[in-house]
Design a protein around this ligand. Structure first.
Ligand code: NAI
Ligand code: MG
Length: 358
């Protein structure tokens, strides 16, 4: 019997609709090629235009709608005329926090045909997965402002670390490291300066590590980690860090792998109580919106992560082989130094998928 999945598509703003349309086209080709499953897409038109019309980024029962899906395929949210904290909290974080998608997983690799800005670093030298704690830490939303506008004004932004929160992300990261060939995890903190939450984080890493005797692990301060990623990328494999630290490290990782336009991510609920959400790391990129040159590769890779999460690993691998073949052939968008449009890259990947052996 054919397996069937419901995908909630939320393209939202800027280049989001351009890359999600490309992604859906490629996923459709993969499903046809595989033959073992079908994807049924629910389209949701939420985002900043919706906000202008309705005063909210999604309807009050939006999460209930999304819950009926097996996975969410998300574009990007952000509009030049809406403050970024309003759009981010109005849609993306509503979903991540509403569904407790506590593991944000960000693989990075240099694809064939893509040049890293690092001298002498090619495919194979840089193969990382960054695990970002996605439910608390610095982005817990705790804090406030008083005495607004007065010289006495105070603003606080409190980072929250709970034993439950840190332990579950640490366990997830050790498990992921264990599943990869090198079985190596780097635990990133800033435990020299932040002596409460970050020391707690290190302690819990130590405790959880006892359950994973075959995983080697080390600790790195976040500032030193930026240097290590640039100078010794071969020494890094799986990385776990807080919400803020991993947010920054993963943009660096994307740049070192060639472009933000290829970097994918999954907002995962490992316990599968609710659908997980897959999205390119990049934002809505107003500067190139409507020009037809957005790189769809991040969204394709994101689609492969989604297929893998749904249990369709062979289809995910097939999609990635097709993407790699197209990149290796030099069919690259301008952010990677090429001349291909979004449509040209998409057509090439669809063709590669059709010609691919299963
Ligand atoms: P951005 O990621 O939208 O763009 C940064 C730079 O990378 C721009 O020069 C852009 O043209 C380029 N770029 C990004 N994606 C690309 C792609 N697929 N192909 C080719 N070039 C690409 O980040 P920025 O400019 O800081 O933010 C723009 C808006 O997006 C803001 O409103 C921000 O809040 C929002 N944003 C949303 C995110 C999300 O929905 N997850 C993530 C990051 C930003
Ligand atoms: Mg970011």
């Amino acid at each position: 019997m054919t397996r069937s999945y419901r995908i909630a598509s939320v393209p939202a703003d800027g280049i989001g609709p351009e890359v999600i349309a490309a992604g859906l086209e490629v996923l459709d080709a993969v499903a046809s090629r595989d033959g073992g499953f079908t994807l049924n897409i629910d389209h949701y038109g939420w985002g900043s235009d919706w906000y202008r019309k309705h005063g909210v980024f999604m309807p009050p029962d939006g999460l209930a709608w999304l819950r009926t899906a097996d996975a969410i395929y998300f574009g990007a949210v952000g509009d030049p005329n809406v403050p970024d904290h309003v759009s981010l909290w109005g849609l993306r974080l509503q979903i991540c926090q509403g569904f407790d998608q506590y593991a944000n997983v960000r693989p990075t690799r240099i694809l064939p045909g893509v040049t890293s800005p690092l001298r002498d670093v090619g495919p194979g030298d840089l193969d990382w997965v960054i695990v970002r704690e996605n439910s608390e830490g610095e982005y817990a939303g705790q804090g406030g402002r008083t005495h607004r506008g007065l010289p006495e004004e105070v603003a606080t932004e409190t980072a929250i670390f709970t034993r439950r929160g840190v332990e579950r992300i640490m366990r997830y990261a050790f498990q992921l490291a264990q599943s990869r060939p090198r079985k190596h995890l780097t635990v990133v903190t800033k435990s020299n300066a932040q002596r409460h939450g970050m020391v707690f984080w290190d302690e819990i890493a130590g405790l959880v590590s006892h359950d994973f005797p075959d995983v080697t692990w080390d600790k790195e301060l976040v500032d030193a980690m930026t240097m290590r990623m640039v100078r010794k990328p071969q020494t890094v494999d799986t990385v776990v860090a807080t919400n803020l630290h991993a947010d920054i490290l993963s943009d660096l990782a994307a740049a070192l792998a060639g472009s933000l336009g290829i970097a994918p991510t999954g907002n995962i609920d490992p316990e599968r109580r609710a659908p997980s959400m897959f999205e390119p790391i990049h934002g809505s990129a107003f500067d190139i919106t409507g020009k037809g040159i957005a790189n769809p590769v991040a969204t394709f890779w994101t689609g492969a992560m989604m297929l893998e999460h749904l249990g369709e690993k062979p289809a995910a691998d097939l999609l990635m082989r097709a993407v790699e073949q197209v990149c290796a052939a030099g069919i690259l968008s301008p952010d990677l130094g090429g001349k291909a449009t979004t449509k040209e890259v998409t057509a090439a990947v669809v063709e590669a998928v059709r010609g691919m052996n299963r």
